[in-house]
Design a protein around this ligand. Sequence first.
Ligand code: PSV
Ligand code: MN
Length: 425
Amino acid sequence: MVETGYRIDDGYIASHNGARSGDMRRDYESLGERLHRRGIGIEDIAARAAALTVALPSWATGTGGTRFGRFPGAGEPRNVFEKLADCATVHQLTRITPRVALHIPWDRPHDPGELAGFASSLGVGFDAMNSNTFEDEKGQRLSYKFGSLSHTVAAVREQAIAHNLECVEIGRALGSKALSIWIGDGGNFPGQVDFRGSYERYIASLKAIYERMPGDWFLYIEYKLFEPAMYSTVLNDWGSAYHAATAVGPRAYCLVDLGHHAPNVNIEMIVARLLQLERLGGFHFNDSKYGDDDLDAGSIKPFQLFLIFHELVNAAAHGRGAGVPEPAYMIDQSHNVTDPVESLLASVEEIQRAYVQALLVDRAALAGCQEANDAVMALRTLKAAFTTDVAPILATARVRAGGAADPLTAFRESGYRARKERERR
Ligand code: PSV
Ligand code: MN
């Protein structure tokens, strides 16, 4: 039986909340009044805020790094069990992160049944399985140096396909329902890779995986414009991902990682297109200034995050086609200078904030502005929602669900990391 180690006491969370309850109630009532004047029922918004769920990446619970080095902090998780414990702590404080996404081989469990039992004892489950053919695993027979699913050599492609099927097998034992594939395949120099041939081989490999996936699983196809390949990547953009998904089958969808675009690309429009075409599988949330920076969600471009959620809320109002799943929300970040749990807590709050702000958009008024070609008032309508301080809704929804009014402060003051420093020598 694996030890859980120190956990934040629910009584501690209750006293943290108790100290804030008066202010929280007053702020919530005052916001409720102002929203009522805009024809919005705060209770309905609070209920929708509480219903949002975001998956946590196991790999973001430890300090990431850059190619120039890594500066791990004390008390970081040493194995998949400790990663799950940290994710469960984020869920305990926020109440909207009940699932964890695993990366194989980084988190390959010796005994998936044992891991599933451990997760359920912590009150969390599993999200998409993430395969990794962008690195060579110790002892691996054939190298991915020149690609994996799109490699010129059939035996390398077969090995990469087998790895993805192993991820599915592990995921089945854990209760996961999706496989997320991102490949690093591409070229560093013009002429190195045959664009046409590599894309064809990639799609054929995806088909081989898809055909052997259980019938109730989804395949998420993640694109990225560059890195580690610096000149071209095989799956570089949403158009390539969209075509791949449609070529593979009805349960294949595109995954949008916010950091996987060139600077200033209109990501909300890509999201709107994929929603309209019914091939948006979900997100890897993070933020960036220059490239795939993997900074905390909402830290650089909170308005962009809001606009993305605005498109998601719009699409939900239009309804989804039969069998089309709700987009899956997941964080994918690299925490280099912060406590990873603190960054995750802050990011979860930013994602929930953007969602709630998007719920406040006066869609009838916006449609009127669009019909009348009134650009100034259209933007003002969006900004009215974006500039609303929805913190009282977030805090109230969390506290009602048993979480903390202020998760970041509660985490810091709990002494969790210091306890883990002692436990995780
Ligand atoms: C690649 O940059 C990526 O976004 C993929 O999702 C990977 O699985 C993840 O980061 C972890 O490195
Ligand atoms: Mn990603």
